[in-house]
Design a protein around this ligand. Structure first.
Ligand code: G4P
Length: 527
């Protein structure tokens, strides 16, 4: 097999989805420890500090400081290369999460044993279902008293509409936690408080081992046997094809903070999770096994690292391979771009990637020329589809405290809007700067970041804009007429595209009726 095919087959690219506080960060840390990416202690600590910050957006800001290490975490495990893509925690930033989920081949859902299925879990699973993403489930915090495991599986099945195939099963819970039983290997892994549960360090006994009763107690053993009978009768046996089709989720129980049950999950994950899959473009399906490089940008982050003050575009490789210094064709602009120093984000340091394969994510330095959704190829004009774009629903006018900072403000708004969470508009007829966003929190975040990163003090005040539409008109004459007559409500976005900013929805409707030759697109990608 060629290096390209072997390397592709080794890749496992996934994201962890969970409701905040279920244990995503803790589990990530344990997975990285198993992968030997050891410089995590610092970043987990910063996350914790972030949680204790005074407000959500301050927390976000602090989190950003460590996102350089946590956006993409690559680690080797067994003979695999695992890419773990971070999803932002805050609900207002869920568009980001949706886009990250377009760049993974599978997901790991973390559920709190006491809380069960929560709001965010439901939303995230909806996204996974749309794409038939295979999902494994980890039910966390077994060291605490929680709900009955059978209840939890019922809830996952009925609320999330996915069949459960338990792979491990708890032996007790909370203070009575004795271990987990591996249904496929027929082994009980004992929970011994304070121990580090690597494969070598765990005590593992077969279910019929005569010493088991003395280790976990007669009652716990009897309970386990009863439950197993019930589980074996009532639940689905693991079916690899069903899992790969996104119809069945293998379920594990454990305690991330105690590192208990985590390696069982990881072992199963690298054995069964899918290698990089094909990706749809507007014209054809691109297979990961194809020789020519292709990839798409699913995330852009500005000023990630105060020491570098740059913007990074994250690209998932879909086929072929990336090689340092290669030229790639940016389909949207029709230009060739040289990838001289793409980044990878192993541990806490930036390193220059020499080669990257399908499933890997590389960071491209971006000076405003790369947009979310961009496709890069070795020349073929294909465009990957399915990267969601969200139309802004809220609009505010930026008001500067120091009018001399106009240039910095314009630059800051334009650069921050590249990240995709906000959009920025310059009305043709005025000197206003208008920002559109999906959630109100984003205005606070932008104001904070403008001050912190660009030294600009500004407020966001209400403005009479209800919605925005990107304008396309193939008839030059009609377009000019439209521009002349509607100049009051026209603006340019950060990329210079023409946008109709409607004061009310009724106004939009009337304008659309009046100008049948003009197309009004709800998102920029389709303009
Ligand atoms: P998140 O990223 O999904 O938001 O969750 P995170 O890992 O930050 O975990 C949320 C809280 O749950 C943390 O507690 C963490 O320590 C705790 N936790 C994670 N896994 C387990 C587990 O297996 N058992 C128990 N009992 N707790 C767990 P915290 O109070 O916010 O912080 P800390 O000071 O306790 O660490």
């Amino acid at each position: 097999m060629s290096i390209h095919l072997t390397e592709t087959a080794r890749r496992r690219t996934f994201a962890i989805i969970s409701h905040p506080d279920a244990g995503k960060t803790t589990l990530t840390e344990k997975l990285l420890l198993f992968g030997g990416a050891i410089q995590m202690a610092g970043s987990v600590k910063s996350r914790k500090a972030a949680r204790h910050a005074t407000s959500d957006w301050m927390a976000l800001e602090k989190e950003r400081g460590i996102s350089v290490t946590s956006s993409v975490m690559q680690f080797p495990y067994e003979d695999r290369i695992v890419n773990l893509l971070d999803t932002p925690g805050h609900a207002d930033f869920s568009e980001d999460t949706y886009r990250v989920l377009t760049a993974v081949d599978s997901a790991l859902m973390v559920i709190d044993v006491a809380k069960g299925v929560e709001d965010r879990t439901i939303k995230l699973m909806e996204v996974c279902r749309m794409r038939d993403t295979p999902v494994m489930t980890f039910i966390n915090k077994l060291d605490r008293e929680g709900r009955s495991p059978i209840d939890l599986l019922d809830e996952v099945e009925s609320v999330l509409k996915i069949a459960c195939a338990p792979i491990t099963w708890p032996v007790g819970m909370g203070s009575r936690l004795k271990g987990v039983y591996h249904l496929l290997d027929d082994e009980v892994h004992l929970f011994e408080s304070g121990k580090n549960f690597t494969r070598q360090d765990s005590t593992i006994l077969k279910l019929d081992d005569p010493t088991l009763e003395s280790r976990i107690g007669a009652e716990a053993l009897r309970e386990l046997r009863d439950e197993l009978e019930l589980v074996r009768g009532a639940s689905h046996p693991f079916d690899h094809a069903e899992y790969l089709a996104g119809k069945q989720t293998p379920v594990f129980f454990g305690s991330a903070v105690n590192n208990f049950g985590v390696q069982l999950l990881l072992d199963f994950f690298v054995a069964h999770a899918p290698a990089p899959k094909g990706h749809a473009t507007q014209s054809r399906l691109v297979q990961a096994t194809e020789d020519k490089m292709s990839g798409f940008v699913f995330k852009i982050q500005a000023n990630m690292d105060p020491n570098h003050r740059d913007r990074v575009a994250f690209m998932r490789i879909c086929s072929g391979h990336y090689e340092q210094g290669m030229k790639a064709f940016q389909v949207r602009t029709g230009k060739d771009v040289k990838f001289s120093n793409a980044l990878t984000f192993m541990a806490s340091d930036r390193e220059i990637v020499e080669r990257a394969y399908p499933g890997d994510v590389i960071g491209l330095h971006n000076h405003g020329t790369i947009s979310i959704g961009d496709t890069f190829t070795e020349g073929e004009p294909i465009v990957f589809t399915g990267i969601p774009n969200f139309a802004p629903e809220l609009f505010r006018r930026a008001r500067l405290k120091d009018p001399l900072k106009m240039k910095q403000l314009t630059k800051g708004l334009a650069q921050l809007s590249e990240e995709g969470a906000t959009q920025f508009f310059k009305p043709i007829m005025s000197n206003d700067l208008i920002l559109g966003a999906v959630g109100t929190l984003q205005f606070d975040v932008v104001a904070y970041r403008l001050k912190d990163e660009y030294g600009v003090d500004c407020l966001f005040e209400n403005v009479q804009v209800a919605t925005a539409r990107w304008i396309v008109c193939t008839d030059e004459k009609k377009l000019q007429e439209f521009k002349d007559k509607q100049a009051m409500n026209l603006a340019h976005d950060a990329a210079g595209l023409l946008v109709y900013i409607a004061p009310t929805r009724v106004n939009l409707q009337l304008t659309q009726e009046r100008w049948p030759d003009v197309q009004f697109h709800a998102t920029r990608e389709h303009a």
